[in-house]
Design a protein around this ligand. Structure first.
Ligand SMILES: *Cc1c(COP(=O)(O)O)cnc(C)c1O
Length: 320
């Protein structure tokens, strides 16, 4: 298996240098006093397309051969990966086909279409998006860009943590939202190289703790489709490549509840004046569950994304 390395992260960083934002690192004096720790938030909600996924998507497309670029790419996603691949394809002048559920929010379909991608809709109940994407690979020679199970995607995602360490130096601990593990895997590569003593934790919704179970059992555990407001972290299993990197380098997996995510979302709006989608709150929500364990430490948190519609945001804030 070709595991990505920190060399790949460095190459991704040079590809992304002129196209991705170097996102800000924020902190809160109030929070630091509350927790007795020094916390640094890496704000990927302010990345292009509103999430870190632009990094991995762009790097994967930029790494294709001229022939592959000529033929185009296909991706399946109802979320941030769709927009990441669509924007990257527009910037690199590559044809993109995105397979999306017919039931996906109109606003997400419109955003993806606006980047010039072709959207293929499918019925979630009766059709398989993997099969549809595979047909485009076979018939049109498109290259499939996976959301996390790919060394170039992982290397691209790792550039966010690289920027964080480059800006603020070493950390004692770093908390990372975890779905399929692309962001965590890339983060681990950067941490190993730039702050080897840093304990890096993945954070999952408690209802979808497949990665936690996988580490406990030493094999990839598949779970039923979980229910959580963290809709970007509802993957049912890690991929072999992300499992391998996480098993090797992660300090552990933490879990948080939906209530903890909503409280964190409110904290970001009230105290930090920034909108973070529920999945993007995973890493930060773990801060309050760690209690005394973080006192006196330097803690990094990756805020992974900020895409949510206003109606959902209002509803979450009024139900808390
Ligand atoms: C995709 C996504 C995640 C999870 O990333 P993985 O690489 O699948 O672990 C977390 N947060 C946001 C906002 C995402 O879009």
């Amino acid at each position: 298996m070709n595991l990505a390395s920190y060399e790949d992260v460095l190459q991704a960083a040079s590809r992304l240098r002129t196209v991705a934002h170097t996102t800000p690192v924020l902190s809160s004096r109030w929070l630091n006093e509350q927790l007795g720790a020094q916390v640094f938030f890496k704000c990927e909600n302010l990345q292009r397309i509103g999430a870190f996924k632009f990094r991995g998507g762009y790097n994967a497309l930029a790494a294709l051969s001229p022939e592959q670029r000529q033929r185009g790419v296909v991706a399946f996603s109802s979320g941030n990966h769709a927009q990441a691949v669509a924007l990257a394809a527009q910037l690199l002048d590559v044809r993109a086909v995105i397979v999306m559920p017919r039931s996906a929010p109109a606003i997400k379909k419109a955003a993806t279409k606006a980047y010039g991608a072709t959207i293929i809709e499918y019925d979630r109940q009766t059709e398989s998006r993997e099969l549809i994407a595979q047909q485009w690979v076979e018939k049109e020679g498109l290259t499939l860009i996976p959301p996390f199970a790919d060394p170039q995607v992982i290397a691209g995602q790792g550039t966010a943590a690289k920027e964080l360490f480059d800006e603020i130096g070493g950390l004692d601990e770093l908390y990372v939202p975890l779905g399929g593990g692309g962001l965590l895997s890339g983060t681990l590569l950067s941490a190993q190289a730039l702050s080897p003593a840093c304990q890096v934790y993945g954070v999952e919704p408690i209802a979808g703790n497949d990665a936690q179970q996988s580490l406990q059992q030493g094999r990839i555990v598949h779970i039923d489709p979980p229910q959580s407001i963290a809709d970007g972290a509802l993957t049912q299993a890690l991929a072999p490549i992300t499992f391998e990197l996480i098993q090797r380098y992660a300090a552990g997996i933490l879990t948080v509840t939906d209530d903890e995510l909503i409280r964190t979302l409110a904290f970001f709006i009230e105290r930090m004046k920034t909108v973070v989608e529920p999945t993007g709150c995973l890493g930060a929500a773990a801060l309050w569950t760690r209690g005394k364990q973080i006192q006196g430490k330097r803690i990094g948190v990756i805020i992974s994304g900020g895409n949510m519609d206003i109606a959902t945001l209002a509803q979450l804030l009024t139900t808390r």
